[in-house]
Design a protein around this ligand. Structure first.
Ligand SMILES: Cc1ncc(COP(=O)(O)O)c(C=O)c1O
Length: 377
C-alpha cells in the first residue's frame, strides 16, 4: 500500500528538542534569551554576512529592510513579476509602488535584460528573488544598481546557502532577507531574518524591529518614529540554531533530490526544468517543473489530478504579480505583457520536495509522471 507523499515537510533531525526544552525550562520564551543572538550569529555567518536580525517571518524581513533603507511613498521598487506575493506586499507596506519585470525563460529569475527599461527617477531599489533557490545574475544586477544608484534588497526567502560565483545569496545586497517557514530548507516554523554587512542598517533594522525603542538609551517610552513588533521568539530561534547546525547537510539532500528528479525524468517529453547556471549553486527549495502540454500529452492540471489519484501531492507555481487584483490600487502595471511568468503560472507545478524525501518516493513520483506522458497513452 503506497503512502501519501506530501509536497513538503520540515526535517527536524538535530538539536531542536533539546534547545527548545532548555528555553522552556529557563522561562525564556519571548524575544529575550540566548537563542535569538546565537541564531542571528550562526545564520548570518553561514550566509557570509556580519550581522543578522531575526524577525517573525520573511515578509516582515523584506518590509524591515525597505524601511531601514528609507523607501516609502512616491518611490518605485523593481521586483520580478514571477514571485511569491510577499515580495510585492512588502513594497506596498512602505507606500512605494512595485514595478514588475518578467522572468527569464530559462532560469525563471528576474530577466536582467528587461530591468533597465523599467528604471526612472522614482526607482529606488531592485529586489532580485532567487526563485526556488536558484541565484539571480547578481553581477548584472549589481552593475545596474551601481550605475543608477539603486539599493539592492535580495529576497533570499527560498535560497538558504545558495551560491553565486562562490558567494552566498543574501550577501550581495544592502540587506538580504530570508524566510524560515516550515517548508523552507531551514525552518523555525514561522520566522525570518535580515542579514547585512553594514553596521548602520543593522542598527536601523534592530530599531524598527522593536517598536523604535532607543537602542542605546534607557527606556523612557518616548518613540521618535513608527516602529513594528517584528521580533522573533527565543523558542523559534532555538529551532533556528539547531537547523543552522545542519544547514550544509540539508542543502546537500535538497540538491541530491533535484538531481534524482532530473535523472528519472530526463527522457520524458514535455517536462522542462529550471536552468542552473554553471557559476551558481541552486539549493532547490522546490522541485518545480514546467509542462509543455503538446509534448507531454496532458495539461499541468491533468497531471496534478493524476498525481493526487496516486497519493502524490503537488502545488501550483506562483501566479504573476500583474494578475493580482490587490496590486491594482498601487498603480501597478496590470496590462503589460509578462509571457514567461504567464507560462510558468499556467503550466508549472511543484513536485514533492522535502529534504527527507526517500529515493523510493522520488522513483514512485517519477514513474507516475512518466507513465502518464503521451508516449505511454
Ligand atoms: C520569494 C518569497 N519571498 C518572501 C516570502 C515570505 O516569507 P514568509 O512566508 O516567511 O513571510 C516567501 C515565502 O514563501 C517567498 O517564497
Amino acid at each position: 500500500m503506497n503512502e501519501f507523499i506530501p509536497v513538503c515537510e520540515p526535517m527536524l533531525a538535530g538539536n531542536e528538542v533539546e534547545y527548545v526544552s532548555e528555553a522552556v525550562k529557563t522561562g525564556w520564551i519571548s524575544s529575550g534569551g540566548k537563542y535569538v543572538e546565537k541564531f542571528e550569529k550562526a545564520f548570518s555567518e553561514y550566509s557570509g554576512c556580519e550581522y543578522g536580525v531575526a524577525v517573525c517571518n520573511g515578509t516582515v524581513a523584506l518590509h524591515l529592510a525597505l524601511t531601514a533603507l528609507g523607501i516609502g511613498e512616491g518611490d518605485e521598487v523593481i521586483i520580478p513579476s514571477f514571485t511569491m506575493i510577499a515580495t510585492a506586499f512588502a513594497v506596498c507596506y512602505t507606500g512605494a509602488r512595485p514595478v514588475f519585470v518578467d522572468a527569464d525563460p530559462f532560469t525563471w529569475n528576474i530577466d536582467v535584460t528587461k530591468i533597465e527599461e523599467k528604471i526612472n527617477t522614482k526607482t529606488k531599489a531592485i529586489i532580485p528573488v532567487h526563485i526556488f533557490g536558484n541565484p539571480c545574475a547578481m553581477d548584472q544586477i549589481s552593475e545596474l544598481a551601481k550605475r543608477y544608484n539603486l539599493f539592492i534588497v535580495e529576497d533570499a526567502a527560498e535560497a538558504h546557502g545558495a551560491e553565486y560565483k562562490g558567494k552566498k545569496t543574501g550577501s550581495f545586497s544592502s540587506i538580504g532577507c530570508f524566510s524560515f517557514f516550515a517548508n523552507k530548507n531551514l525552518t523555525t516554523g514561522e520566522g525570518g531574518m535580515v542579514v547585512t554587512n553594514d553596521a548602520g542598517y543593522y542598527d536601523k533594522c534592530r530599531y524598527y524591529r522593536n517598536m523604535c525603542f532607543p537602542l542605546n538609551a534607557p527606556r523612557n517610552y518616548i518613540h521618535e518614529e513608527i516602529g513594528f513588533n517584528y521580533r522573533m521568539s527565543n523558542l523559534h530561534a532555538a529551532i533556528g540554531l539547531a537547523q543552522t547546525e545542519k544547514a550544509d547537510e540539508y542543502k546537500k539532500l535538497r540538491i541530491q533530490n533535484a538531481e534524482k528528479y532530473k535523472f528519472y525524468l530526463k527522457d520524458c517529453p514535455g517536462i522542462i526544468f529550471q536552468k542552473d547556471e554553471a557559476d551558481s549553486v541552486n539549493v532547490h527549495w522546490m522541485n518545480a517543473i514546467l509542462i509543455n502540454p503538446e509534448e507531454y500529452g496532458h495539461t499541468r492540471d491533468e497531471l496534478m489530478i493524476h498525481l493526487k489519484e496516486n497519493k502524490i501531492d503537488s502545488r501550483l507555481l506562483f501566479n504573476g504579480m500583474h494578475r493580482q487584483p490587490s496590486m491594482q490600487k498601487f498603480g501597478c502595471d496590470m496590462k503589460g505583457e509578462y509571457p514567461v511568468t504567464d507560462r510558468l503560472a499556467d503550466n508549472g507545478l511543484y513536485l514533492p520536495s522535502a529534504s527527507s524525501l526517500s529515493d523510493e518516493s522520488i522513483e514512485r513520483i517519477c514513474d507516475v509522471t512518466v507513465g502518464f506522458a503521451k508516449h505511454n497513452l
